[in-house]
Design a binder for this molecule. Sequence first.
Ligand SMILES: Cc1ncc(COP(=O)(O)O)c(C=O)c1O
Length: 290
Amino acid sequence: MTSPIAHFNGELLPLDQIRISPLDRGFIFGDGVYEVIPAYGGRLLRAREHFNRLQRSMDEIGLANPHSVDGWIAEVNRLLAHHPGNQSVYVQVTRGVPPKRDHVIPKGLVPTVFMMVSPLATPSAEMVEKGVACVSARDFRWEKCHIKSTSLLGNVLARQISADAGATETILFRDGWLTEAAASNVFIVKDGAVAAAPQDEHILLGITYELLTDLAREGKLRFDVRPIAEAEVRAADEIWLSSSTKEVLAVTTLDGKPVGAGVPGPVFRRMHALFQEYKARLSAASAVAD
Ligand SMILES: Cc1ncc(COP(=O)(O)O)c(C=O)c1O
C-alpha cells in the first residue's frame, strides 16, 4: 500500500518519508499542541473555530504561530486535495528542534509543523442506536486541560482504563465534580434539561461541545453550563459524549449500571438529528460552492 500524503514543514510528501529529529521538543517533552478537524467531502467542519483554539493553545504555551487562520486553512486544503471523502485532519505544532535537551525553552526555535489525514471513523449506526458503555475514574490529569497539548499521557492512561474494561470512554471526576472524558466532552440530561461542565482549565473546550451548545439553542432545548456533581451524573436520565470524531453519542451504561432506561434517550435522539441536519447543511453549502 502506498503511504498517504502528509504535510511536514510546508512540504507535501508520503507519510513514511517524514523524518523528525529525536531532539524535537515534541518528541522529548511533548512540548507541542494539536488539533483534530473533521472534513466531510472535502469541507472542513468549523475550521476557524479549530484554528482559533490552536491559537489559544499556542498563546498558553508561548509558541509563535507560523500561520494565520486563513493560512492554516489554505495549508489544510492543499493537503485535503489529496484525500477525497470524509477525513480526519490531524495538525500538530511543536516548539521545534533545539541543539540539546534542556527543559528551559530556548529562544528563536522554528516550530515543527506536521499534518496527516486519515479516514474519518464516525460512530457506527449500531453505536448510535444502542449507545456505548463507559467507566469512570478520578481525573488525575494536570491543571491545564484547556490546552490541547500533545502531552497526552494522562489522557492515554485514562482512556486505557476503559479500553481494558471493553468500554468506549472513561468519564472523569475531579474532587467529586464531572470534568470530561479521556478524549471527549460529557453532557448529562435530567428531566429534559441538558447540562455541560463549565468551560474552565479542567476541560478541553471541544469544538463539538460548542457546536452542540449552538444546536441546543437553535433546537430550543433547555441547556445549562454549570458545575455537575458526580452524584448527578450517576442519577442522570441521559449521558452523552461529544468529540470531532464521535460527534454525539449516548452513554447507556456507566460502570456497568444502566444510564436512565439503558437506551439512548429522547433528548439524545433530538440532538443527534440536529447534528446530522447541520452536517447535511454543510454538504449542501459545499455543493453550491463547488
Ligand atoms: C480531552 C478531550 N476533551 C474533549 C474533546 C472534544 O473536543 P472536540 O469536540 O474539539 O473534538 C477531545 C477531543 O479529542 C479531547 O481529547
